[in-house]
Structures are given as C-alpha cells and as structure tokens.
Design a binder for this molecule. Sequence first.
Ligand SMILES: Nc1ncnc2c1ncn2[C@@H]1O[C@H](COP(=O)(O)OP(=O)(O)OP(=O)(O)O)[C@@H](O)[C@H]1O
Ligand SMILES: [Mg+2]
Length: 385
Amino acid sequence: MDRKEYYRKLGWSKSPFIKSTSMDTPILKREQEYNTIGECIGGWDRIMVVTAPIGYGKTTFMNTLVKNKPPEVDYVVFFDSYEPVEEVMDRIKMKLPVWKRVFSKDIDRTLFGEFLHKKLGSKKMLLLFDEAQDYENDLFKWLRILNDRVDNLFMLFLGLKGLEDKITAESSFRDRKTKSITLTSFSIDDLQKIVTQRIRWVGGRGISPFTENGLKRLCETANNVPRRLMENGQKVVEECAVSGLFSIDENIVEEVIGTYAGEDVRLTPISEEREIEVPEDIESKSTDYKSYDLMSELSPMQREIVNLLREKESLSITELSSMLKKDIRSIGSLIRKLRGLNPEEVGRKPNIQYPVVVRKGKETRMGRIQYVYGLSDNTRRLLAR
Ligand SMILES: Nc1ncnc2c1ncn2[C@@H]1O[C@H](COP(=O)(O)OP(=O)(O)OP(=O)(O)O)[C@@H](O)[C@H]1O
Ligand SMILES: [Mg+2]
C-alpha cells in the first residue's frame, strides 16, 4: 500500500515519527532538568553546561527553555550553532528593547560587556548555545570576558560529552564556576508517552496501529535515545505500510528492526522463546515412520519455506518474506508454527515431528543482524530419504 494511503487510513496527517525539533512538535517535559536550570539561576550559577549523547534531546530541551523562560529570566537569546562574536553581539542587542539599543552601533567587542551590563540593569538575560562542542575558542574567550563584566548574564552551553573539558580548558572558563547538568535518559514509559503524544498530534487514535507489546518493543529498541525511537518507528511504519498491516505487535517490530551490525544496540527479547528440545528417542522413532510424509502435512506456504530451506542452509524471516513476496508477519507466524511453538498447530497436526525448523543463531543479513532459521537435523534426514 502507498504510504500516504496507509497514513490516511490511520487518520494520520503525516508520520508521527518524523524527526522534528520544530516548536510545535509535542514533547515530553524534562521537568527535573528544567527545574535544575531554574535553581542554578536562582542560586547565581551563571555558567551551566548540559551534556548528553547524540540524539538524546539537547536541542529539544533548549527549545523548551526558549518557549518557557525559566523563572526570573527576562530575556533569552539562543544560538543553534557556532556564530562569530559579531553575530552574537548583534543578536543580543536585538533582544533588548529598542530604546535601549540607541547609540549601540559603535560598540565593539571590547566595549560590549560594559554596554550590556548597563542596559540590563536589574534584568536577567540567559544565553543558550547549542552544539557548543564545535565552537571556536575565540568565542569562548570573549564569552568569558563578557561573563566577568555583566553580572546579570547567564550562559547555558549544550553539547556532546567532552564539551565540559573544552569549556574549562585553559584560556576559557577555567577558574569560573560552572554547573554541569546531564540529561537523564528516558525510560521505556517515557518513550511510550512520546509515541502516544505524537500519534495524537498527527490525528491518530490511541496507540494504533501498535499493540501494547508492539509499542513497548519499539521503545526498547531505541536504547533510551529518542532520535533512535523516531528512526526505528519510521522504519516499522514504512514496512507495515507496504504490506498493509494495521496491527503491529512485538514480533513485527523485532523482524523489522532486528539489530544493526556495528552498533552497540542489542535487542534483549522480553521473553526469549524457548527452543523445544527434540527428545532423544524421536530420532530412533523417526526411522520407524517409513510412511511419514512430512510435506503432505504442511500447508502450501509452509512447504515453500521448507523447500527454500532445503536449498539454503539458513534464511532470515526478512529474506524469506522477500523471496516469497509475503509480508513478514505471516512468514514469522509460519516459522513459529514450523518450530512447534504454536500449541494449536501442534495439536492439529499430531503426525509432524517438531521442530521442523530451528533457529540457527544471529547473522548479518540484508544489512542487519537477524535471527536465521534452518531445517532441523531430523527434518533434513527425513527429506533426504
Ligand atoms: N523531550 C522530548 N520529547 C519528545 N521528543 C523528544 C524529546 N527529546 C527529543 N525528542 C525527539 O528526539 C529527536 C532527537 O532530539 P534532539 O534533536 O533534540 O537531540 P540532540 O541531543 O539535540 O541531538 P544531536 O546530538 O544530534 O544534536 C527529535 O526528533 C525530537 O523530536
Ligand atoms: Mg541537537
């Protein structure tokens, strides 16, 4: 199904997983960190540093400070990325009321501190600097001087780990008191709230098309990183759009996401399906079943899977689904049946010696680490006859 059509059927105006830090995107408030900033300002900590890994929500957090000025702060000026000193001065000036800006044209970088100190009076100004790990030292040096000259000026630097060393390094804020704040990582619950908020934001209902476990699984794959949550969510939704799936459970999430080669993300299954051990005596028993025709017991699609696995040592569910042009969910369910993990199926087909198919381990297939499946030894022996 066309992606647009899929979204329409779900009542979505767009994907809830678009990566966006625009101001209208719903966000989960980081109350704790927000309050800490307020406390720092109240306690006169004038230099603050917020660090967190990539995609954790630094920019988003900065935006909340712009949208909701911390208490006692009168002006907030923010910088998305490095700007030269002249630009920083201009942006600060523009924030001041017009009547405070007159005669400010000739103020150069050396006089700017005094100028700002006078103009601010008893008002407080907060400067926010995102991506601060990439700043030129020249700007840091100038900001340090500014910090010394302007009493009511507060600065918050946001960036990746290592930023702190840079800020406290020689020639910048060395002996100035800095307050460091780390963004706490989101819990699975938090991430679920984020998805739910976003589904509502695009016009969807509840957590549809996710099942409760499907959503939980998706959030687990994010490894606490909201950006990864968006990426994985988008992947899942796109795959499900193709096969027109309107109920996304944990198995589907797992099959689509797998784990990515070369990354430290590991999927830790909620409840690892237990391999069913083949009792010892099945082998000797199977030799007695001369008339046992496995293939005739299987459904046509199961037969195709078994045939493909006769040729290949092992295949992943994604590979099988692309070879058979079937959606991953139905292949996943057939594989579970062939593994003897579906009690109803096992009850229905008492002649089949399970497992027909077994999990062979994890391998990189189609660019990501996936579980791969193959025929059980017993099945191979039976089919060889
Ligand atoms: N508090 C939050 N509530 C909802 N979504 C969030 C929140 N924080 C981050 N996100 C989402 O996670 C994604 C990444 O967030 P953001 O860009 O703020 O991270 P970052 O730490 O600035 O990343 P980078 O290190 O690349 O600059 C965004 O799409 C954003 O919408
Ligand atoms: Mg950012």
